[in-house]
Ligand binder design. Sequence first.
Ligand code: ZN
Length: 749
Amino acid sequence: MDDRLENDSLNGKLGDLLAKSIEHKRVSAEVTSFEEFLNLSRSEPWITRNSTQLLHDMMLSRGVEHSMVAGKPVRHTYRFFEEKEMVGPYIVFGQQKAKENMIEKIHNASRGLEANKRLWILLGPPGSAKSRSMDGIKLALNTYSKSDEGKTFFLLLPTVDERLKEKALFTENDIYYLPAPLFETPLLVIPPSIREEFAAELTESIDKQIIGDWLDKHPHYDNTYKVKIDGMISPYADYVLNDFMRAKDLDFRGLIPYLKVKRMIFDARTKTGIGSYTPRDEKSQEAGSLVGNIDYSLLPRFGSESHPLVHDYKGELCAGANGFVEIHEILKLSDKFLYELLFATQDRFFKPEGQAPIPFNGVIIGHTNFHEFNMFMGNPSFEALRSRTTFIEMPLSVDYKQEEQIYAFTYSNETRDWHKEKKHQSHIAPHSLAFLSLVVVMSRLYESKTNENLSLLQKALVYAGRADSGVDNNMAKMVLEEFDYVKPSEGTFGLDPRFIQNVVEYTEHFQISEYAANINRLKEETGDHALLTSVALQNPCVTPLDLHVHLENALKDRYAIDKTKLRHYVEKITPLAKSWIFGQVASDVYSAILRDDSVIETTWKKYTDHVRAFAHSTKVKHDVTQMDVQPDEKFMQAIEQYLGVPDREVFRKELSDAIASVKFSVLLSDEPSYQNAIKKYVFENEFKASENMKLLGWIKSGTSAANVNVKEQEHLNETIKYLIDMKGYCGKCAFQALSITANAASIIT
Ligand SMILES: [Zn+2]
């Protein structure tokens, strides 16, 4: 290879990236003396945090948003779970309660409270982001510990014991340095009898300015940072250090100059500070993979199985003893194992066969599904375990806007960098992902018992906070409260995101193939194809209509033997979601045809004027004569029909109150459902006879382009262009939107 070329290619961006990777390597190789560590803790005091404090700080490092709604609990949104820089691809949307519980657990662990002594288990159906949230935490720990703000160290043990030579990281002055097997934080080496004073002394020596600035950014410390030394070192580390002091004839003070520390970089793949256990079937469960094994190669050297140096410290609890342990499908574990975990959290020890107890200073979070949960709750032999276990419910989302974020994260046109030249990737039409999200969310809801007229669609819209559900505020409040204490909770049954992901991917694959086939056919038929065909055939596209077809097939396939469920999904839920989504599509088309939005605002103003007059029993000025007249009941009712108002009087009263404090135009722009309703009213009532209807009628009848005059063609082009430029459509879905609108029942005149 040309040398010059190689050098050039390593300048600039690539070179920067390599430099960054080298820097990471350097950081992870960073070794310093224990004395230097103590010095450093004056200028970078956060390096003395224990691993649970570190974990907690990390999860709060991206901030918390509080939102207050009168009469409801304050909502906290921890940005951590939604930050790509922290959790990489493992972003978790929604799940506010579960996130709060997890952070509470870690907060309590960092303070050593009682709640930390329970075994914490995430409980949710498949697809509810249990593993995902754990993967996010594990990845973030790696990133955070590489950064300056997440800087932390673990202990290296000096030894002159030749039998341990091969385990050494390096040798210095004939002393071998071994990594402490539990990645013990350096301060754990301080003997318990002097810890309190030692910590106080260290706290006193911290640079006041630096810690002040740091505390400003870490408000959860309440403006006090105290060095704390909690937990124990492993019997292994204890043995090695004592043995070294004996060999060199040192006391603890004399030991200090020999101690070293190494930068801690958490890494799940190398089991550094992070353990992760998945039980296999009950028979082959093996304690060793959890608590570690006897290292038989060392047995001859140390003579006894109970010798602390014979234990290999390779179990998952060892890996995360000063960090984080995740246990997959935790309730598949036998009771013996579950008790082992319980001891680790409750008594802060676990005990391998024949060995001294090993201290555990980390956080354990397990997860499980409802099937295992029900078996656990029904099994009398787990009686004692139940009271020591805390379950964190992690249901699937019942807010379709949140659910849509999950799919948009993978499939949105932005994340996939879609453009119309791509022929092997589909455009995702507007409302496509919303359609699927609405269907899955509806599948996770109960029918309301107190209000039989309420449809699952209306419930889903209320849960997403939409005002166009056709449900008034009081009823919406009741709907939100009705299911708070019903078990199993909504969201613990129904369709899971993986099913939907399969549908999207299959539909896309199908659309791409169909597109290629159509193009080939056209090429064979004629070179010059008609205008409409050419716009609609620029690229493959996944539309709500396509998804509806494939979703229905997938449901029929999956629920062939469960006819009740199948009927519920295919006959009840899917059609409701489809017609509502088609309404949204039609609304885009109305905007495209009307284009001038001012008529919508004037109509809205007129309506609110009449409503206010109605509510206050006053009069309004007539449009033309400017005479004082009664509010126009017929006009208001016509609008309300489009708004889907259940109780006119209540709605008018509420709206009139709202208008008193918020400007009518703000109210309109804040509420898409009002815009949609007014748009539809204007379109169908004031433009009915105009050429817009002719246009839609023409699309509906499928008249060929040859019979259409130039003016209509232009109008059509402009409408499609508006949909593409302003509303995120491509040629194919824009044309489909027009025919959906044209075919909608309300257009038939
Ligand atoms: Zn499209």
